[in-house]
Design a binder for this molecule. Sequence first.
Ligand code: FES
Length: 430
Amino acid sequence: SADAGAYLDIERGVIDRRIWKDEGLYQQELRRVFAPSWLFLAHESQLPKPGDFFTTYMGEDPVVVVRGKDRTVRAFLNTCRHRGMRLCRADAGTTRNFTCSYHGWGYDLSGNLVNVPNAEAYPDHFDTADWGLREVARVQNHRGLVFGTWNPEAPDLIEALGDMAWYMDAFLDRDPEGTEVVDGVTKWVLEGNWKLAAEQFASDWYHVNMAHASALMVMSPTGKGPKTEIANTPGRQFTSPLGHGAGFPVHPRSRFDDAAVHEHYDYDQLRERLGSARVEGPMTTGHATVFPNFSYLPVNGTIRVWHPKGPDRMEVWTWVLVDKNMPEEVKQAQRRYNLRTFGPSGIFEQDDGENWSEIQAVSRGFVSNRTPLNYQMGLGIHDDHDPDYPGRVGELYSDNAARGFYARWRDLMNTPAWHENHTTPEGDRD
Ligand code: FES
């Protein structure tokens, strides 16, 4: 294993871009960052009935998430135990069991092997109980968001979220009925390391005025352009020792008033429910990442996963999240607003993808990889006792949350994961 600390000097705010490029580091992060962390799997509204399933990835491991007959949501490695064929090949659906398309082994919704064609050809000691699907060790739900981890020793999800849950709830708990996703998943491929996107959503308001200048010009309610509305916007940025991050302007109401949801809300009621600090900050025009690779934007309603696909590439999976009891026309208006802004061809999304892909392309160079990058904005400026916002917070324009994200990444990269400490069949010792 490599010492990830050799690529980062968090205290000085300097980062070596090889962390986005190196194949060895990438394999190490699959083992030590993705395998032990809580990862977003699905929204519970995707799995309303027993037998409903959704296929996704944890790191590069394919998993199938399914609601069992007992209504419990479980997740399994999506591979047959016989020859390793991908077991469930549909994106989503409803089923009574999973039958492998290679030789026909069949598994029930709890992952038990229940059907083996030509079973009489196997020796007496062949026991189907030994050949069930590999189950994701822990699956938990935070306000509708289902997360899973392979790590049987992981702390509970709520503990792993820490103060981040308070910020997330500004988006997830606007309504007592909770949230749901509308109209499926949008997926696209970007040439760029997954951390470029996760880091930006954790920490980077700085790029908004420049990278999104033309989009802001188009959407400007005053027609005067972005500078008058966005530049030097006062706001706060939250950073967590657990690697999470969130940033948001603080203002009495979102300035992106064309989002349909704003017409729908009773802001006085929301202040009572969530407190004014959350309504004026993280509920509106913010950005956030739950470490390592789940991000969201409350005003656009996007929730998303940056699936790693090698060091150079990510697959972006996005959903539109709305309050369950919004009128149907508001839900659909929010879906369209989301597509216009942060869909695959959205006017903001295009700007971000271009930056990440270019950064990745530059990282191919020999000299580029030996030229460090600056993460010093807001270095040493933060407050652990903000009267309104929990955790460590600082100014909106800051790299604090990016440094926090990479500090957590470095610490996990340099810590043997649970599977490296045991010699069980699940030990996978390096
Ligand atoms: Fe699945 Fe053979 S690989 S039954």
